[in-house]
Design a protein around this ligand. Sequence first.
Ligand SMILES: C[S@@+](CC[C@H](N)C(=O)[O-])C[C@H]1O[C@@H](n2cnc3c(N)ncnc32)[C@H](O)[C@@H]1O
Length: 464
Amino acid sequence: MGDLSLHQSIANTILANKTTLFLLANSVKLNFLAISQPIHFPTIEMQTNKKFIQTEFSFGDEQFSIKDWGNLKDVDKSLHEKKFLDILKKHSFETRLIPIPLKGRYTKGRKWAEIEFEACFQAWQEGKSLTLIAATLNRNPQDMIYKLLDRCKEQNLTFTQKGRSISSKNWTSKVKECAQELFEAGLPAWKIAAVFEVDFEHVEKELFVNRKGYGHEKKNPFSINTDHKQYVNELVLNHCDFKITRVLEAFAGEGRFTKILQDIDSVKEIFCIEEDHDTFLKLKSNIKNDQIKMFNNDNLELLSSNILGKFDLIDLDPFVTCHKQIEMVWQHLNDRAYLFVTFGGEYRRSFIKTNRQSIYHRYGFLDNRSDNSEYLEIIPNYFLGFVAKKALENGFIFEVQRAVRYANNCRFWLDVKKREYTKEWELKTIQTDTKGTFFKNLTIPRFKEIRKEIDDARKAGFSR
Ligand SMILES: C[S@@+](CC[C@H](N)C(=O)[O-])C[C@H]1O[C@@H](n2cnc3c(N)ncnc32)[C@H](O)[C@@H]1O
């Protein structure tokens, strides 16, 4: 108990200095009763006294709690990037309360202090909105959701966002205009949501999914994943042991992969299909090569016609889903070919009850019992199980060259072979259970586990 009073007096000193105890919590892994080592206090932030979250974490049994929008305060103005303040001013929002530092994307993630997550979890249990929690803790709500999913799993609870949204009444056309500019300048959607007190998912949807050219530009917050995808595309092609001559880019986008393909010597013909007209125009301006055939169509139209012929490589790389294309692609594959497939945006929120039904209708996978994180964990196996089933129906087998679980999609690089006899592979590879078709022995690392690959490649000049 002697220790406790020492700690208490240190705590009091810190509080008197109005230091952000969160920093301390982070640096000493705060479990106050358990501290027996000398404490090294953070210095820089102590001197500058800048608060970058809403409150100091308090010691003792007084837990930090997440209150309400009305309790939020302005953070120190010097914590913002000037460009965002300028945009707010330009749109006459300079007096708006800003509860979080306005910093662009790719700021280094902060470690969670235990006490901070407890506050988050408690607020979620109380039904507080995820946007409010994000605004209070200066945390990306998607990160919170993943942590909440884990905690719910530990405690046998079902994670839900139901009742934890806020209205979008603040989303006026004036706000939207300003928000678009902030977003283009690099401010993440959830931070915009925190500034304007609008549900983060509404803002994401408005700014992100509906944005022209979504996913194509470097400004896309998932661009590191996209870079890694291109990196693996190239890697797999460089290690290919058969000749790739004809390629179909069925979801061509603005042509990032096409650019890689046109540099591969063996590739003689590339077919690009892009449905969106504006994106198609960008594709055309990015790829100036007469050898490349470009179609501004829905790929389903072309896949169901007989004008395409057969390919050595087909890439199915949708933003959202390619379940219909997976049914149709086999007749267009040579006896030995690569099939690259993205399990798109439908993956990220597949665990939500209503989405589970859609996944069932698409991939024959139904699981209403698993908790959300379990569901998310196993769904790539069932997605690939579905691909395997379709392969078998068409006399193909495949080997998984690579698979990666990104934050918002999964990607599979498959080496596909036509076979007279497929039973042995089937027995070895898939298993049909009450939920659907499970692909066994799938190695699918999370992106963060292999991120070093792309960091190193970028340092070495990779810029595809
Ligand atoms: C993830 S992007 C593709 C990126 C591209 N593979 C690359 O490497 O740059 C998906 C693209 O597919 C397009 N798309 C979606 N559905 C389509 C369809 N049914 N037919 C053709 N293109 C489609 C979208 O407009 C979007 O540009």
